[in-house]
Design a protein around this ligand. Structure first.
Ligand code: ADP
Ligand code: MG
Ligand code: MG
Length: 951
């Protein structure tokens, strides 16, 4: 969002191309949650009993702002503005039903359409006193596409439709302004030629062909590039002739002269554009259903190009980048609306209008207030001034950065425009993370050179000296250097380097790659899968576009947008992180921090579910608590075995051939685990911790290359062949479904016994320090009640022993992760033994769909293209499939044990739309990575509010 608004802002500041104009409405992807249109609705005109396809707005207005599904966003809001008395040129909206009909009936229209359009144009004629195609006072119209949401892939607007070689003369006569009339005409031929007749830049051409003609004429007649406004009526007349010739040549047909032919052609182009590639790509990206269709708006023209007392502009009622309550936008004198966004001329800030046209400015100020009072949200609107009179051409809720959204919501609450519940709803949960990310200094980044692009995997900005392996990254960081870890891809062995680094850049891997996952968990800035980045581990260099960077050279990455920059770009931590995690008092005094605190307080008031965190270290736990987590929902003990020398003891344990050997190795691991757990209990300050016992297949802990095996052999005094053998032995065809989870603990109960003992000894120790401790031991991958029972026995025995040894009473629970379908389906049996369930939705999705997450890259994107799955099921829960397993387990589990505690700890626990599902499923908590906690709190609050509203 920041990026997109940034792009828009820079367009506003510098002007941009026509294609940038096409992108204009890409800013933000959030959509209003209008319920899908009911197929049953059949609007009928009063008298003839036929369906109503055309809705008027103007003196008489048929529609209103709630009818976005039928009239599109633009049409509905034009109607709404008419209803509240804002000055809107009259027009009509052809409904989205016509679009549906068009595609259902081989691109034809309903029989009634033409008649209804003629009646509507008749009404426009009456309201304006002009006539369509008239030779005295011609009515000109604009034809505008308008889906439910603004869609940049759609057809561009056509202005001044109705002009031909005759009506142009009439317009000139009537206005006494031939230059103006010919300016309108050349614009019309240009736009219509482009968007309806398809005369556009061809592959290999640098310039839009119409712009090419304009440049040619300017060169011929003025020997240079003068401003468009300096062209005379005769120049413009000549342009029309040349444009038409261009159309004839490129499109192979004459430019249409009949206004009705022009109109029907334009309407067809709008509907046709619903299925063009750009629109399809955009819909896919933002999950807009194809069934929605677009509406078409036909509206009487008002003219911003009649002279210096006219103009056009776009504005926001408040600043959408930083949220400041100020009139924000820009305008051009003597221009039609398209010029403002097309970048042909550089617009002026809207405040300047005060000097040029004080009365129009005052009117716009009044309109700005009216819009906010009525829509109760920040509006993004388009206006035209014709001879000093202001007309409104569009309004919609303005897209905004997370920072602006936060400030808008708190400010509008204080202004009593909205209540606190609405304020909570106004902050898009999936954008909230932006507020926590470190930021690039804006001026600096403008100067920097972008050299590569990858996936924006961890939002924020990071700058550092590059290092290509974890060890050297750590050493450099210890010397106080800022480090950027650059790898082809990362693995658990790089963890220390990742922790030490400011940011992580990988050449390969997607958003659920190891690098991305760790980045999210640790809140690290990360760009992954930047294919242009070539990493040479041997030479210790990184090459991008022929430019080579050595270890120690500076690079910078923006994980919010996925960009890689050469050199150093200055960054600063977010005030919220500085305030909450570092306790920085200056940060706590900032408005951003205080607004965030206010929002989180509201979330606590609204929420039903609580939010826990997935954390494996005391630091992660403490951070999550600072963000408002009330416990750990998943502590993965295996991560703890990778640090330092522990991995060696772990490997010894795996290589052990006898129970005695194994126990000896486990005894070495126990103190490490105990220390880890103690640290976590302290960091949690009395909140519960769900600790999952060893889960991954053992081979994941062993070295796989020959060199690594030789090294390990030397270290622990074992022949390398033995290591090699054991690795072979542990090889599985399908490790995800193999010897892992509780199957390990059942095969080797001594592993579970060691882990249980470590938990309880740590609990006893911390409890004696006066801190409340609430361990919840979680047995993974349970499908049979008996599996759980066997492990529970081991846990209870360790608990009994430790309590007796330490003379303490410990408060603990034992439960299970529900992550395979059999576990969910037999939840009633399992719940007689389990005191809690935590849904492991990562594996539940893998096993429920029979789809390996790590192998899904080869087909899942295609599945999404084909809409077999609407969203990536590993990111957003497959509510209708996997979701049923959750619902069944909830119902059966609670039936067997009414006070069964229910949570979710998969990746989905930090995903806003999944959180809405879990709210409806009635879970007690969601758990997610520490830096997702605020997002989850916001989403959980919004879900609770949404459910309440519906109830
Ligand atoms: P987009 O959805 O791309 O913003 P619009 O349909 O809003 O396209 O049209 C773009 C611009 O064209 C408007 O902001 C306005 O300046 C101009 N425009 C559209 N209709 C009219 C009209 N009836 N009179 C004058 N200008 C218009
Ligand atoms: Mg517009
Ligand atoms: Mg699992």
């Amino acid at each position: 969002m920041a990026k997109k608004l940034g792009r828009k802002t820079s367009r506003l500041a510098t002007g941009a191309s026509r294609s940038a104009r096409r992108q204009r409405s890409t800013a933000g992807g959030s959509r209003s949650a209008t319920p899908a249109r009911s197929a049953k609705r059949e609007p009928r005109t009063a008298n003839r009993g036929t369906r109503k396809y055309v809705y008027l707005f103007g003196r008489k207005t048929d529609g209103n702002g709630t009818m976005k599904a039928l009239l599109g966003g633009k049409g509905a809001n034009l109607a709404e503005m008419c209803r509240i008395g804002l000055p809107v040129p009259p027009g009509c909206t052809i409904t989205t039903d016509v679009c549906t009909y068009y595609y259902a009936n081989k691109r034809t229209y309903p029989a009634e359409l033409r008649g209804q359009m003629e009646a509507a144009v008749g009404s426009l004629e009456q309201q304006t006193g002009k006539k369509f195609g008239d030779l005295k006072n011609p009515l000109l119209v604009s034809v505008r596409s308008g889906a439910r949401d603004s869609m940049p892939g759609m057809m561009d607007t056509i202005l001044n439709l109705g002009l031909n070689d005759q009506t142009v003369g009439a317009l000139a006569m009537k206005t006494g302004n031939a230059r103006f009339a010919w300016d309108c005409y050349r614009r019309f031929v240009q736009m219509y030629g482009d968007v309806v007749l398809g005369v556009q830049k061809r592959a290999g051409e640098d310039e839009d062909p119409f712009e090419g003609v304009i440049h040619g004429l300017k060169h011929e007649r003025y020997h240079g590039n003068i401003e468009d406004t300096k062209l005379t009526a005769a120049d413009l007349q000549e342009l029309v002739v040349r444009f038409k010739a261009l159309v004839k040549e490129r499109a192979g047909k004459q430019f249409p002269t009949s206004p009705w032919d022009q109109l029907m052609g334009a309407v067809g182009a709008v509907f046709g554009s619903w299925m063009n590639d750009r629109a399809i790509v955009y819909r896919r990206k933002y999950n807009i259903p194809t069934e929605w269709g677009t509406a078409v708006n036909v509206q009487a023209m008002v003219y911003g190009n009649t002279g210096d007392n006219s103009g056009s502009g776009v504005a926001f009622t408040r600043n959408p980048a930083n949220g400041v309550k100020e009139f924000y936008g820009e305008f051009l004198i003597n221009a039609q609306g398209e010029d403002v966004v097309a970048g042909v001329r550089t617009p002026e800030p809207v405040a300047e209008l005060k000097k040029h046209m004080p009365k129009a400015y005052a009117e716009l100020e009044r309109i700005r207030q009216t819009l906010e009072q009525h829509f109760k949200d920040v509006q993004d609107f388009e206006f035209t001034i014709e001879d000093g009179v202001v007309y409104m051409l569009q309004t919609r809720n303005g897209k905004r950065t997370a920072m602006a959204a936060l400030k808008f919501s708190v400010d509008m609450y204080k202004e009593k425009l909205i209540d606190w519940k609405m304020a909570v709803q106004r902050n898009p949960a999936d954008q909230l993370e932006q507020l926590l990310a470190p930021v690039f200094d804006l001026e600096e980044v403008a100067k920097a050179r972008a050299i590569a692009t990858g996936l924006p995997a961890g939002p924020g900005a990071a700058s550092g000296r590059i290092y290509l392996n974890a060890e050297r990254a750590v050493t450099a960081a210890e010397k106080g250097e800022k480090v950027l870890l650059v790898r082809v891809e990362t693995s658990p062995e790089d963890l220390r380097g990742m922790i030490a680094a400011e940011g992580i850049l990988t050449a390969r891997g997607g958003v659920s790659s190891h690098a991305a996952l760790v980045a999210r968990q640790m809140g690290k800035v990360c760009v992954c899968g930047a294919a242009e980045v070539q990493v040479d581990y041997q030479a210790r260099t990184v090459t991008v576009e022929g430019r080579t960077f050595k270890e120690g050279d500076w690079m910078s990455i923006d994980g919010t947008i996925g960009k890689v920059y050469a050199g150093q770009v200055k960054t600063a931590p977010s005030e919220i992180v500085a305030g909450l995690i570092d306790g920085n008092q200056a940060a706590q005094k900032t408005e951003k921090f205080r607004n965030f605190e206010q929002l989180m307080k509201w979330c606590s008031d609204a929420t039903r579910m609580s939010v826990r965190t997935n954390a494996d270290t005391p630091e992660q736990a403490a951070n999550a608590v600072a963000f408002g987590a009330v416990g750990i929902g998943l502590c993965r003990t295996e991560h703890m075995f990778f640090e330092g020398d522990r991995i060696d003891a772990m490997r010894e344990m795996i290589l052990a051939e006898t129970l005695e050997e194994r126990k000896a190795a486990l005894a070495k691991l126990l103190p490490f685990q105990r220390e880890d757990f103690a640290g976590i209990f302290r960091a949690l300050q009395g909140y519960p911790a769900t600790i999952r016992f060893l889960d991954p297949p053992l081979h994941e802990f062993l070295p796989h290359t020959k060199e690594q095996q030789a090294e390990l052999a030397k270290k622990i005094g074992t022949p390398a062949t033995r290591i090699h053998q054991r690795v072979e032995q542990l090889h599985e065809f399908n490790p995800m479904l193999g010897f892992r989870g509780c199957r390990l603990g059942i095969g080797y109960p001594e592993i579970s016994a060691m882990q249980a003992r470590a938990v309880f000894e740590a609990a006893a120790m911390v409890q004696k320090e006066g801190i409340k401790v609430r361990p919840e031991i979680m047995i993974p991958l349970v499908g049979f009640k008996k599996e759980l029972d066997l492990q529970i026995e081991v846990v209870h025995e360790a608990a009994r022993e430790v309590q007796a040894e330490q003379k303490v009473k410990l408060n603990y629970m034992v439960g299970t992760m529900i992550e395979i379908p059999r576990g969910a389906l037999t939840a009633d049996e399992i719940a007689t033994s389990a005191e809690f369930f935590s849904f492991g939705t990562n594996d539940l999705t893998q096993t429920g769909l029979g789809m390996s997450r790590d192998d899904s890259g080869s087909f899942l994107p295609h599945y999404q293209d084909l809409e077999i799955v609407k969203k990536n099921p590993f990111a957003t829960i497959d509510a209708s499939g996997v979701g049923q397993l959750v619902e069944i387990a909830v119902t059966k589990g609670r039936a067997a044990r009414p006070n069964l505690k229910l949570g979710i700890c998969g990746e989905h626990g930090g995903d806003p739309s999944s959180i809405h599902f879990f709210e409806k499923a009635g879970l007690d908590y969601v758990s997610c990575s520490p830096y997702r906690v605020p997002v989850a709190r916001l989403a959980a609050a919004q879900a609770a509010l949404a459910v309440k509203v519906r109830d």
